[in-house]
Ligand binder design. Structure first.
Ligand SMILES: [Mg+2]
Length: 379
C-alpha cells in the first residue's frame, strides 16, 4: 500500500556514515593497489518516518565526504519536500560555483540515491518502475576481473569465472604492449570463441600503445577496450577510434552528462559506463544513459569497489534503461557488499551470467545497522 502522506513528505535529517574496511584480497589495477576500501553510506530521514539509503563513492578521506554531506548539502534539504529530486539535485550542485566534478558530485550521488529510495517507498514501487522501466526481471552481468600479472593465475581466474557461469569476462590489463598482445591471445584461446571477453586498462596506455593493443583486441574478437587512455584525453579517444576497430568503453571517471557528451555524441564510445555513486546519482546517471541511447551507444554500469547500495541502484537503472547492455559484477567480497544489507550482492546471486532485479519498494534493501557500526571508519 502506498503511504498516506496528507501532502508532501518533508526531509527531516541527512546523516552520513563514513565506512572503511580491509578487503579480504587486495584489488589491483594499473592505477594502484587497494588493500582497504571506503565508502560513505547516506541516510535521509523524513517526517513521515520513511528513510532512504544512498551510497557515495569515497575512495579516500571518507570523513571529509561525510562532513561535506552534512555541512554543505543537508542545510539545502531539511524541511523540503523529498519528492522534488531534480530541484534538490540542482540546488546541491549550486554549492560549487565552478565546473561540476570531484567530491561534491560524489556526495550528491549518495543523497540522490537515498531520495529515489524514499520516493519508491512512498509510492510502494521499486525504483526501476519509478524510472518508467521496461520490465526486465533479470539483467545480464559480466565478471570483473581476471588480473594480468601472471599467466598461470590468469588461466586459473578465467576458469573459475567460466565455471561460475559468466558469459562475459573482463581482463584487467596493464602489461607492456608485446606482453599484453600475447596475453590477449592466451585468454581468447583459453576461453574459446563463445565467451565475450573485454579488457580494462585503467588508463595504462599512451595513444600509440593503445592502438597496438586495440588491434590485438580487434583481431581476437574482444567486445570492448575500456579506459585505454586517461579520461581527459578525449582527442586521444577519438583518434584511437579511427585507428583501430575494437569498440571503446569508458565513463566511470566522468561526472555528469556534460562530461560524457563529446565522446557519446561523436560515437567514439560504443559503451558508456557511468558509476551511479560518482556521476551524480540515479538522476544524472539516467540522463547519461538517455543521452547515450539517443546516439546508439550502450549503457553498462560501473560499480568497481562499491558497496551493495551502489550495486543495487545500478541494478534498478539496468532494469529500466532501454540501451542497457550488461552490468559489472565483482567478486571482491568486500564487507560493503556482503555484510551491509540483507540482499545478497550481485556476484553471489548471479546465475548463468544473469541477476534478478529486486522488486520491493525503493531500492529493496534492508540495511544491517549493526554492520554499519562495525564497519565505521576510525576517527
Ligand atoms: Mg574500469
Amino acid at each position: 500500500m502506498a503511504v498516506e502522506t496528507n501532502g508532501d513528505i518533508l526531509i527531516s535529517d541527512v546523516i552520513a556514515y563514513p565506512l572503511t574496511q580491509k578487503l579480504p584480497q587486495p584489488t589491483i589495477t594499473s592505477w594502484g593497489r587497494y588493500d582497504e576500501v571506503s565508502i560513505v553510506l547516506v541516510e535521509v530521514r523524513t517526517d513521515a518516518g520513511i528513510v532512504g539509503i544512498g551510497e557515495t563513492l569515497a575512495r579516500f578521506a571518507p570523513h571529509a565526504y561525510a562532513h561535506l554531506i552534512e555541512d554543505a548539502l543537508k542545510p539545502r534539504l531539511v524541511g523540503q519536500p523529498a519528492g522534488n529530486i531534480a530541484a534538490h539535485w540542482a540546488n546541491m550542485r549550486r554549492a560549487l560555483s565552478g565546473r561540476a566534478g570531484g567530491m561534491l558530485l560524489e556526495a550528491i550521488s549518495g543523497v540522490d540515491i537515498a531520495l529515489w529510495d524514499i520516493l519508491g517507498k512512498a509510492a510502494d514501487l521499486p525504483v526501476h518502475a519509478l524510472l518508467g522501466g521496461i520490465g526486465r526481471k533479470r539483467i545480464d552481468v559480466y565478471a570483473a576481473a581476471v588480473n594480468w600479472r601472471d599467466d598461470a593465475l590468469m588461466e586459473e581466474q578465467l576458469d573459475e569465472l567460466l565455471e561460475q557461469g559468466f558469459r562475459q569476462i573482463k581482463i584487467k590489463m596493464a602489461s607492456p604492449v608485446a606482453d599484453a598482445c600475447r596475453k590477449i591471445e592466451l585468454m581468447r584461446r583459453r576461453a574459446g570463441d563463445e565467451v565475450a571477453l573485454c579488457v580494462d586498462a585503467n588508463w595504462a596506455y599512451g595513444l600509440d600503445e593503445a592502438v597496438e593493443v586495440g588491434k590485438a583486441l580487434a583481431d581476437c574478437g574482444y567486445v570492448w577496450f575500456e579506459e585505454p587512455l586517461a579520461p581527459e584525453n578525449e582527442q586521444g579517444y577519438e583518434e584511437l577510434r579511427r585507428l583501430c576497430d575494437v569498440p571503446l568503453a569508458a565513463g566511470e571517471s566522468n561526472f555528469t552528462v556534460d562530461q560524457a557528451k563529446r565522446l557519446v555524441t561523436s560515437r567514439t564510445l560504443s559503451v558508456l559506463q557511468p558509476d551511479v555513486a560518482r556521476a551524480g546519482g540515479i538522476t544524472e546517471t539516467r540522463r547519461m544513459a538517455e543521452l547515450a541511447r539517443a546516439f546508439d551507444v550502450d549503457y553498462a554500469p560501473h560499480i568497481g569497489m562499491s558497496g551493495i547500495v551502489c550495486e543495487t541502484a545500478s541494478v534498478h537503472l539496468s532494469a529500466a534503461m532501454p540501451n542497457f547492455r550488461i552490468m559489472e559484477c565483482e567478486g571482491d567480497r568486500s564487507p560493503f557488499k556482503t555484510e551491509l544489507a540483507d540482499l545478497a550482492p550481485g556476484c553471489l546471486r548471479q546465475k548463468d551470467g544473469t541477476l534478478d532485479v529486486p522488486q520491493g519498494p525503493g531500492l529493496g534493501l534492508q540495511i544491517n545497522w549493526d554492520a554499519v557500526e562495525r564497519l565505521r571508519a576510525p576517527e
